[in-house]
Design a protein around this ligand. Structure first.
Ligand code: AMP
Ligand code: ZN
Length: 113
């Protein structure tokens, strides 16, 4: 995926504030944070959206949530957090590489707007 913003961030072609990386997953600070702590967590393999999860790649979503637990401990998110995936136009997805927002350090409203 030559033209994918998050693939370029993963490859180091676009700078980011990295907070975590392993063989499967990459995480960095959101450039426009919606909470005092706001990270973006992505699989290194390009998957366009939640709509493209299938039996061949769904193990990577498990890797995302393993990373969430590691990052929460690393960043001392002791009061809890929210994990959000936006999918498609109505879901508010603006970058076509599946990603999970990890939001914390404020009381997050529910239901979301
Ligand atoms: P979404 O609207 O769910 O597709 O989320 C995309 C997120 O990526 C938004 O929260 C943006 O602020 C964030 N974003 C866009 N470009 C960058 C970038 N270069 N570095 C970090 N985060 C970014
Ligand atoms: Zn990509």
């Amino acid at each position: 995926m030559n033209d994918c913003l998050f693939c370029k961030i993963i490859k180091g072609e676009i700078p980011c504030s990295k907070i975590y990386e392993n063989e499967f997953v990459f995480a960095f600070k959101d450039i426009d944070p919606q909470a005092p702590f706001h990270a973006i967590i992505v699989p290194k393999e390009h998957i366009s959206s939640a709509d493209e999860i299938n039996a061949d790649n769904s193990h990577l979503i498990g890797k995302i949530f393993e990373a969430v637990a590691v990052i929460a401990k690393q960043e001392n998110l002791n009061n809890g957090y929210r994990v959000v995936n936006n999918c498609g136009k109505d879901g508010g997805q603006t970058v076509g590489h599946i990603h999970f927002h990890l939001l914390a350090r404020r009381n997050l409203a529910w239901p979301p707007g």
